[in-house]
Design a protein around this ligand. Structure first.
Ligand code: ATP
Ligand code: MG
Ligand code: FE
Length: 348
């Protein structure tokens, strides 16, 4: 079965086609540039952009895969979490396609998509594996068994900001361009990661070993920059960016490796937009090698939002024999990640 996946939870309109775990083609449109001058995603602009991009993006994904609409055997769509209006555009489009093609529809959790993205590069996820999801809105350590059938176990989550949010907010304070994560990564290349000692939140002996907190780090970055500005000096941004990136990468990888060790799990999978960060990737590599843990990180284009990852979840659900969604499937902007499918799949 060829599964068409649709993603529209934030500012990326994505379509991807997957069959039996293999990516056949994908296309992506982004309204990122339209949000840049506001310093963050504007929901109404995002929803309108999805509406304009939906048909061209689906058509382009099909073209790249060398497929026609009639070849599609199932449609999977992100129904949450995300921006309500943005999700609704994708869902309406997906429903229309599924209904007109006479194929089943699956509602997919966006974060399960980020997890499944890795399967398109490395094949089926080892059961069990520890997954570190680090994205714009989420930071969680998960114990994942069979993504299509089993609930994911949250070992720990962020208590406040997500790692990506920390980068995005710090970049804004530093006067770096939007989106902040890639800008921090670029600026950090010229900087000294040891120049500023930023805190490593929740890494003390009495702290929850798998919980995260990044809002204090953002505040520390703001104070650091302010000390220079108060003296009428320009803060050395490359050093600030490199040091902040080091602190975030240190905390993320330390906790992820500890989770693998304590649970006797041999594979760490790092996914989500912040998995594109060069220091997070390098430090995860270094620490996993030292601990004898296999590391899997998807290629950059599969880390940030895309339609292929949603198709990958749909493909897993189809192959697991999951029941399709009812036609009154609706969006759930704040859905917590438990099951990959965001509708009852008739598990017995
Ligand atoms: P969520 O998946 O939690 O709903 P989202 O979909 O907006 O949020 P993603 O697309 O997974 O998030 O990732 C976007 C985030 O990744 C942004 O915060 C962005 O700054 C960050 N990011 C992207 N590339 C990098 C990078 N190279 N270094 C650090 N952060 C990055
Ligand atoms: Mg985005
Ligand atoms: Fe995302």
């Amino acid at each position: 079965t060829v599964v068409l996946g649709i993603e529209s939870s934030c500012d990326e309109t994505g379509a991807g086609l997957v069959r039996d775990g293999r990516l056949l083609g994908q296309a992506l449109a982004s309204s990122m540039d339209e949000h840049a001058r506001f310093g963050g995603v504007v929901p109404e602009i995002a929803a309108r952009a999805h509406l304009e991009a939906f048909t061209p993006v689906v058509r382009e994904a099909l073209d790249r895969a060398g497929l026609r609409p009639a070849d599609v055997g199932a449609v999977a769509v992100t129904t949450g979490p995300g921006l309500s209006g943005a999700l609704q555009v994708g869902l309406a489009g997906a429903k229309t396609l599924a209904h007109s093609l006479g194929v089943p529809l699956y509602g997919v959790h966006h974060l399960a998509g980020h997890v499944a993205a890795d399967t398109l590069e490395h094949g089926p996820l080892p059961d069990p594996c520890v997954v570190l999801i680090v994205s714009g809105g989420h930071t969680s350590l998960l114990l994942v068994r069979d993504l299509a059938r089993d609930p994911v176990v949250h070992l720990g989550d962020t208590l406040d900001d997500a790692a990506g949010e920390c980068f995005d907010k710090a970049a804004r304070l530093f006067g770096l361009p939007y989106p902040g994560g890639p800008a921090i990564d670029r600026a950090a290349r010229e900087g000294d990661p040891g120049a500023v000692t930023f805190p490593r939140p929740l890494t003390g002996p009495r702290d929850d070993p798998y919980a995260f907190s990044f809002s204090g780090l953002k505040t520390a970055a703001a104070r650091w920059a302010e000390r220079y500005r108060a003296r009428g000096e320009r803060p050395p941004l490359a050093d600030g960016a490199a040091s902040l990136q080091e602190a975030v990468a240190d905390v993320l990888t330390r906790k992820a490796v500890a989770a693998c060790r304590e649970h006797g799990v041999g594979t760490l999978v790092v996914v989500g937009g912040v998995a594109a960060n060069s220091r997070v990737r390098a430090l995860a590599e270094e620490r996993c090698r030292a601990a004898g843990i296999a590391l899997q990180v998807p290629p950059l284009r599969l880390c940030t939002d895309n339609g292929a990852m949603i198709a990958a979840v749909g493909d897993l659900l189809v192959r697991a024999g999951a029941a399709p969604a009812p036609l009154d499937l609706s969006v759930d902007p704040s859905a917590p990640l438990e099951y990959a499918a965001l509708h009852p799949v008739g598990r017995a």
